[in-house]
Design a protein around this ligand. Sequence first.
Ligand SMILES: NC(=O)c1ccc[n+]([C@@H]2O[C@H](COP(=O)([O-])OP(=O)(O)OC[C@H]3O[C@@H](n4cnc5c(N)ncnc54)[C@H](OP(=O)(O)O)[C@@H]3O)[C@@H](O)[C@H]2O)c1
Length: 267
Amino acid sequence: MKQTAILGAGVMGETLLSGLVRAGRRVDKLLVGEKREVRARELEDRYGVAVVGNVEAAQKADTLALVVKPQDMGALLEEIAPHLRPGQLVVSLAAGITTAFIESRVPEGVAVVRVMPNTPALVDEGMAAIAPGSHCDEKHLAEAESLLSSTGKVMRIPERQMDAVTAISGSGPAYIFYVVESMIESGVHLGLPRATATELVVQTLVGSGRMLQETGTHPTVLREQVTSPAGTTAAAVRELEKHGVRAAFLSAMEAARDRSRELAEGS
Ligand SMILES: NC(=O)c1ccc[n+]([C@@H]2O[C@H](COP(=O)([O-])OP(=O)(O)OC[C@H]3O[C@@H](n4cnc5c(N)ncnc54)[C@H](OP(=O)(O)O)[C@@H]3O)[C@@H](O)[C@H]2O)c1
């Protein structure tokens, strides 16, 4: 089995590490690059994984998952690039960092895959999109897929779709939480205790999500099933339309896509 290193063990890095361990990856085939001593001990105690310097990880690993903040990516690549060799795979989870940015900083022949994960990966229900760089073959994509599938679903996309994917599934959990917050607040305004409103909304969300996933039925059909003529749901949906909620979603996601583009250009 090949050696995999995770460089940058913050929130997302630890999520990936714990997913891989739970998915049955051998801990002796995993390495973590972490500079803070306290954090290194914590990860060693929690997962039994070896924590090493970035250079040692770059020398030993076949696959390197880079999970640092976008603004730290340049410095990390500068540190590890002299120790990389053709045939290795670099998987980047940093938002807005293009495969071209990484390829221009690593030796020729190092394969690069770019990933847009999302936070439900924390509960193994993530949605990760992966895009190949220019020296990537099927074997590299399959390896990236196998890494990310430890924390949820994985979809292959061309890199030109990455900004749209960032706007939809990368930022997506935030929109859902925003809707949940709004519905809970509404429940409170209607006189429900906050705990009651919260439980009602969260289970409604989970149940609706499972219906979408398990029935495969189009959301419009599912919505129509709840909307009887001149009934309560119809009255609510009319207000949502009147306030332009559908149009607001489109504008919001266009704004997220444009911001993702700007950040990528800035890198
Ligand atoms: N789509 C999404 O929802 C989503 C969600 C989460 C993350 N992400 C992506 O995942 C990446 C990580 O985000 P995060 O939330 O996990 O950030 P984070 O919690 O700040 O984790 C980044 C970690 O990298 C460490 N680090 C920084 N420079 C390093 C270096 N040169 N070598 C080794 N470690 C280094 C940091 O250590 P120090 O704290 O000591 O600097 C920190 O522990 C980001 O690029 C982000 O775009 C995407």
